[in-house]
Write a protein that binds this ligand. Structure first.
Ligand SMILES: Nc1ncnc2c1ncn2[C@@H]1O[C@H](COP(=O)(O)OP(=O)(O)OP(=O)(O)O)[C@@H](O)[C@H]1O
Length: 297
């Protein structure tokens, strides 16, 4: 499965004054992460919405190309994780109903639906007890894990992540990124990830596209772009110099690059699929199924 955006233009407003996206083309394949970065107002969220079918393009096309291993491919197998996790859940629904909803659309019900919902809730590291709560009764980090569970419960081919960690503190951010990476390795899901966060890019991106004033001004494989960024925004983002984006440099402090946890399987400290990042954690991180090492931590 491949999501292909070709020559997308989006002009907002009755008088069509705000040309938010100008001829953007990109593709996202299963098993990879395309990170779309760029300063505030450069058109990233607009692109995400166009890709998800939530915003019509003024011109250009969004298409789906099925691969050899695809079953019923199509936009119904795309899900989106928004930047405000609590707000993205219906406040009048218990968590259970929100996570079941994508399955209902697929016609999956009964025991099979319950089984899948419980499996995903466990995979995102939550206690099934949370299913009976309302969004107002869960933390931001828990709500974002619920949003990830909901996005993945129906086995989507592609998930669109719009600033999936923006509203989370550093610790929870690391867990969500580790979870997304782990789920991708196990299920082959592809991510179109919109972000300002360099640690998200380092952790997940296979390729990077840099937007500036509605255009893609730089793109390529993540290692190449990270090693030799050409555009000033990319250079600023990667060198962790404060950039003209209030959410990145609100207090003039930009997080230092963090390293990935090297443990490949379940982590002793954080359970299945939840790998904290950062040098502080890496030192004491052991595999959950290694009791000797685990006992020393
Ligand atoms: N519904 C809308 N109506 C009119 N203009 C809009 C609308 N949505 C976005 N815009 C404008 O389109 C441009 C691109 O916005 P968009 O939200 O896509 O940028 P962004 O890169 O995601 O920004 P941010 O990082 O701040 O979320 C901005 O100038 C924004 O003000």
């Amino acid at each position: 499965m491949e999501l292909v955006l070709a020559d997308i233009e989006v002009v907002y407003g009755k008088r069509r004054r705000n040309h938010a996206v100008r001829g953007v083309s990109l593709r996202v394949r299963r098993g990879e992460t395309l990170a779309v970065v760029g300063e505030s107002g450069s058109g990233k969220t607009t692109i995400a919405k166009v890709a998800a079918g939530l915003q019509p393009a003024t011109s250009g096309t969004v298409s789906w190309r099925a691969g050899d291993d695809d079953g019923a491919a199509g936009p119904q197998r795309v899900h989106m994780v928004f930047q405000h996790p609590v707000q993205s859940l219906d406040p009048s629904w218990r968590i259970r109903r929100s996570v079941h909803e994508p399955l209902r659309h697929l016609g999956v019900a009964g025991d099979e639906a319950d089984r899948r919902v419980h499996r995903l809730i466990a995979e995102v590291g939550l206690d099934p007890e949370i299913l009976d709560r309302y969004p107002r009764d869960v933390s931001g980090g828990q709500a974002q894990r619920v949003a990830v569970a909901r996005a993945l419960v129906a086995d989507p081919q592609i998930v669109i992540l719009d600033e999936p960690t923006a509203s989370l503190d550093q610790t929870v951010r690391g867990r969500i990124l580790a979870l997304l990476g782990d789920l991708q390795r196990r299920t082959g899901v592809g991510y179109l990830m919109i972000t300002h966060d360099i640690s998200s890019v380092r952790r997940l991106a296979t390729r990077i596209a840099v937007m500036y004033r509605g255009l893609i001004v730089e793109s390529g494989p993540a290692p190449a772009v990270l090693a030799a960024p050409r555009h000033p925004y990319t250079q600023a983002l990667i060198s962790a110099v404060p950039v003209a984006d209030p959410r990145v440099a609100w207090d003039g402090v930009v997080a230092a690059p963090r390293t990935s946890c090297p443990v490949p399987g379940p982590c002793h400290q954080h359970g299945p699929g939840l790998h904290e990042v950062g040098p502080d954690h890496v030192a004491g991180c052991t595999k959950a199924d290694d009791p000797q090492k685990a006992a020393t931590t």
